[in-house]
Design a binder for this molecule. Structure first.
Ligand SMILES: NC(=O)c1ccc[n+]([C@@H]2O[C@H](COP(=O)([O-])OP(=O)(O)OC[C@H]3O[C@@H](n4cnc5c(N)ncnc54)[C@H](O)[C@@H]3O)[C@@H](O)[C@H]2O)c1
Length: 456
């Protein structure tokens, strides 16, 4: 047998080891609590700094120019440079005495491009602003842009949410008017991308009004596009500006209705002169590919079936007060010409200002089935129709405008019926897409429709 283990030595060693462990864990604890303290202090300092930057003392509050977006990293890059400013100035300068100078937002869009051209043709200054988003084929927006450029209208590529850019535009040019048409359009798309409606139709509109009310000097008069969709579930006919508009059937309609209320606020607080225009299903050359008359034409020509909606109770056809683009353009120009000056400056109202809202429609609703019939005869192709009940995803069964207010105030009188307007649309469509020869070939030369359209 060997000698017993030296327990006193090993227990000393153990005690010493545990002493070392205690010392090192105490040190570790001290170091980590120091680190934690420093990190907390740093985070607090950063938070205080951010808070100070975003919330300057109330006494030194400068409206609008210090927006949240301009202090934090901006997602936008503002164009600049002498030649850019020259282009902006040139485009926005009127060429006739007493001409107005208009900032047209959404100028690469359907209504915006037509209005910009019409203003330019009569000698007004026009500057466009558009973000060229891809809600529908941006190449169509680019084609409209080159058409406008040929007529001396420059479109700045930018977003209405970019307050630095808007401020710069008002610094460079003293716009007398803003024709605000930039928006996320479309009723059904709101179910897929609701945020785009909030961003453009609410946040973007507020951003524009902020700059117009607080930064622009002088304040411009604003004419902007609301929509017939604000009538929502209204059943009184024809739709009058006096009818209820508090029952929107889609998020799109709700954002337009919100825009009308927001307009009231900016008129009330800042003295901005604001006119809202409720457009009723606008159609025509250079139109929007997401609208039924446009994609029906495409699908009929390519022999694809089209879906036509009947009302949800199955009792009737869906009908729309289709309004030809030239009539809407006349309405927009009429509203601009009768818009009174804004009365505020530097974010302060000096006197009550004009606040108006008008229907711009055609006053004669047409069932969608009849629209298809007109297209069939213009294109010389029979449509493959699929008639289904309208899903409840935002569309309303019927629209019909009473336009007597616009007629009274600025002589708005629509003159183009659906057959005449669609003829002009189809003529543009086949020319723009180079469809004529294909359509002729596919119907073996019997395409009287397209031939007739070409000679129209
Ligand atoms: N066409 C109609 O039938 C109709 C009916 C009722 C109301 N409206 C309204 O009329 C206006 C013009 O409609 P449209 O048919 O010409 O539509 P459109 O989509 O052809 O034009 C809108 C333009 O605005 C631009 N835009 C969108 N969001 C923007 C943003 N955040 N910043 C900068 N540009 C932006 C788009 O790129 C587009 O070119 C819209 O306000 C629309 O809601 C149109």
């Amino acid at each position: 047998m060997g000698s017993p283990p030296d327990t006193s030595k090993s227990s000393k060693l153990e005690r010493y080891n545990s002493y070392l462990r205690r010392v090192s864990s105490a040190k570790l604890l001290a170091i980590s609590s120091q680190l934690l303290f420093r990190a907390t202090l740093l985070a607090a300092l950063v938070l205080i700094l951010l808070f100070t930057l975003n919330h300057p003392p109330l006494s030194s509050f400068q409206p609008s120019s210090h927006s949240h977006r301009s202090l934090l990293a901006s997602p936008f890059s503002t164009p600049s440079g002498a030649s850019w400013e020259r282009q902006v100035r040139q485009s926005s300068t009127p060429r006739r005495t007493d001409g107005i100078s208009v900032l047209v937002t959404g100028a690469a869009g359907f209504v915006g491009s037509h209005c910009s051209l019409a203003l330019r043709k009569r000698g007004d200054g026009v500057l466009g602003l558009d973000n060229f988003n891809s809600y529908y084929d941006p190449s169509l927006k680019r084609a409209r842009q080159s058409l406008l450029s040929k007529h001396g209208v420059f479109i700045v590529e930018g977003d209405i949410n970019d307050s630095a850019l808007l401020k710069k535009l008002f610094d460079v040019s003293a716009f007398t008017h803003v024709l605000h048409l930039a928006a996320q359009a479309g009723v059904r798309y709101a179910m897929r991308n609701p945020q785009s409606y909030i961003s453009s139709n609410i946040a973007g509109f507020v951003n524009l009004l902020e700059v117009a009310a607080k930064v622009a000097d002088p304040q411009p008069a604003i004419v902007w596009a609301s929509s017939s969709s604000v009538y929502g579930l209204n059943t009184d006919n024809p739709f009058s500006e006096l009818h209820r508009t508090d029952r929107p059937a889609s998020l799109y309609a709700a954002t337009k209705k919100a825009g009308e209320e927001i307009a009231h606020t900016y008129n009330h607080i800042y003295g901005l002169s604001i006119t809202g225009l409720r457009f009723f299903t606008v159609y025509g050359p250079w139109g929007r590919p997401d609208m039924a008359y446009f994609f029906f034409t495409k699908d009929i020509l390519s022999r694809k079936p089209i879906t036509i909606f009947k009302t949800q109770d199955g009792s009737g056809e869906v009908a729309r007060d289709f309004t030809y683009i030239d009539d809407v353009v006349k309405g927009c120009l009429g509203a601009l010409d009768t818009a009174e000056k804004s009365t505020g400056s530097g974010g302060k109202k000096r006197a009550p200002a004009q606040l108006r809202i008008y229907n711009l429609g055609n006053t004669s609703p047409v069932p969608v089935g009849k629209l298809v019939g007109i297209l069939e005869s213009l294109l010389g192709v029979k449509a493959k129709k699929n008639v289904v009940k309208m899903p409840s995803n935002g569309d309303v069964p019927y629209t019909h405008a009473n336009v007597s207010l616009a007629e009274h105030d600025f002589g708005y009188r629509p003159t183009t019926d659906l057959a005449a307007g669609l003829r002009k649309f189809v003529k543009w469509y086949v020319g723009y897409y180079g469809i004529e020869s294909k359509a002729k070939a596919s119907v073996g030369g019997r395409n009287k429709g397209v031939d007739a359209v070409q000679s129209a």
